[in-house]
Design a protein around this ligand. Structure first.
Ligand code: NIG
Ligand code: FE
Length: 453
């Protein structure tokens, strides 16, 4: 395997196809849209279409063997039997790359992350292992509030310096798009700083970041006892500035944070400015958050460990997608799981996400999450894959652009060393990623990291 350059940027980029690997054929005539072919694919597994898949369609992935994929610029130009593809495109292609018999899947999409922070909270993890609950720790001044000092005291450059290596790790784990929340600044200036950091990271890293302003993450300490005052600051001062920087607004709807009225005010004022809505609901208690997310027509209702049958019915009626985070109750040592099977039976189209953050889930691996989706929710490997790709992309409004391997879609995909899609959920604790292709370019090559002997 040759050495690959593993960096591309979103600003002024020119796609170049893979560097390294076997290269054959003549150069494409059109250098602005270089063409190359992925050959040697063992199994190819992908959902299909552009809209959310729920019910029986969740697991209806398409599995095929002996296929090749043609990339042109940042898009997929053709998929078909390898021999036919080589006959049709082989002579004009600039380059080929060999997947060496591995399973190939779409680039993973993480629809719920909190990656903008400085400083970790391993002490709280130890406290929970010793028996404290997430709420005990939050009420004692830990939790979200304990991450504020890091963000407030950091420059944008320092936050970016902490974010970029996290994006490297997401990429290495096969994730090519993340939704990225702020929420650890909780002043107008510090939330805007976080959004500017997300925009800068998006421009300078292969991973795509979709920004969410989580101004309703917690009541800042300066507003203790008067949450409504913070709600008004967010509605009148933060959202207007955030609306040009973030695709979505978000709130943590829970009794110790923002109640239903405060949450409604936060979300309606964001919606009035054209922002999409995502909501942390029914995570720790049954609180009516799912019903509110349904009433507001949110793009996603996230967590839902304590959602009721009534809440599921409300989400189904409005077609609101759940974003499920199976590692979080495990990590918080909570016993209640999101009733994912009931949601799927009701026709809902769930996404699976890490919820990567320093408090309730310090894990960036959607491979791990897919396995836990199987183990905790009873998701088949096909269901887990759809939830971590197409359905996740749909919650971000990107279902027509990515999340499946189909002609015309963005050329984001993962070459693994797995023999079949069933191994996606079967294997725990190891990254099966060999290569990651983002926007038609080789963005990650795991073979650069070989053990020394
Ligand atoms: O999604 N629920 C609220 N937010 C995060 C927790 C963040 C933290 O503890 O820092 C979550 O679990
Ligand atoms: Fe979260």
């Amino acid at each position: 395997m040759g050495t690959l350059s593993c960096v591309s940027t979103h600003a002024g980029e020119t796609s170049e196809g893979p560097r390294g690997g076997s290269q054959t054929g003549a150069r494409s005539n059109d250098d602005s849209q270089p063409r190359w072919i992925l050959t040697g694919i063992g199994e190819l597994c992908t959902a299909r279409g552009s809209s959310p898949r729920g019910g029986a369609a969740l697991g209806a992935v398409h599995t095929s063997h002996g296929q090749a994929i043609v990339f042109e610029g940042e898009r997929i130009a053709a998929i078909g039997e390898e021999a036919e593809i080589l006959a049709d495109f082989g002579e004009t292609t600039a380059q080929r790359f060999d997947a060496e018999g591995g399973l190939v899947i779409p680039g993973l999409v993480d629809a719920h992350t909190h990656p903008v922070f400085l400083g970790t909270r391993e002490g709280e993890f130890e406290q929970r292992i010793a028996g404290a609950s997430y709420l005990d720790i939050a009420k004692a001044g830990g939790g979200i509030r304990s991450s504020l000092a890091g963000v407030r005291g950091a420059t944008a450059a320092e936050l970016l310096g902490a974010l970029i290596p996290r994006l490297d790790r997401f990429l290495a784990l096969g994730t090519t798009t993340i939704e990225a929340k702020t929420g650890y600044g909780l002043t107008v200036a510090d939330e805007i700083k976080g959004l500017d950091v997300i925009r800068e990271a998006h421009r300078n890293h292969p991973v795509d970041l979709v920004a969410t302003c989580l101004g309703g993450h917690d009541v800042p300490p300066e507003f203790t006892g008067r949450p409504k005052d913070w709600v008004e600051v967010v509605a009148k001062e933060l959202w207007p500035e955030a609306a040009t920087r973030a695709a979505f607004a978000d709130v943590f709807t829970e009794s110790h944070v923002f109640g239903l009225d405060d949450s409604r005010r936060l979300m309606e004022s964001a919606r009035d400015l054209g922002m999409g809505l995502r909501m942390h609901v029914d995570q720790l208690t049954s609180f009516g958050g799912a019903e509110l997310a349904a009433e507001l027509g949110a793009s996603s209702a996230d967590h839902l460990e304590h959602v009721t049958e009534h809440g599921i019915a409300a989400l189904a009626e409005r077609g609101v997608q759940p974003v499920l985070c199976p590692l979080v109750p495990l990590y918080l040592r909570e016993t209640q799981e999101a009733p994912a099977r009931a949601m799927v039976a009701a026709g809902l189209a769930p996404a699976l996400s890490t919820d990567f953050n320093p408090g309730s889930c310090y894990c960036m691996s959607l491979f791990e999450v897919m396995s836990w989706g199987a183990l905790r929710y009873g998701f088949s490997s096909g269901e887990a894959l759809t939830a971590a790709t197409l359905n996740a992309a749909c919650t971000l409004g990107l279902g027509a652009d990515r999340g499946t391997l189909e002609v015309g879609k963005r050329a984001d995909l993962v070459i693994t060393d797995l023999p079949s899609a069933k191994h996606l959920t079967y294997e725990l604790g190891r990254s099966p990623v060999r290569h990651v292709i983002k926007d038609g370019r080789m963005a990650w090559d795991a073979s650069s990291f070989q053990p020394t002997r």
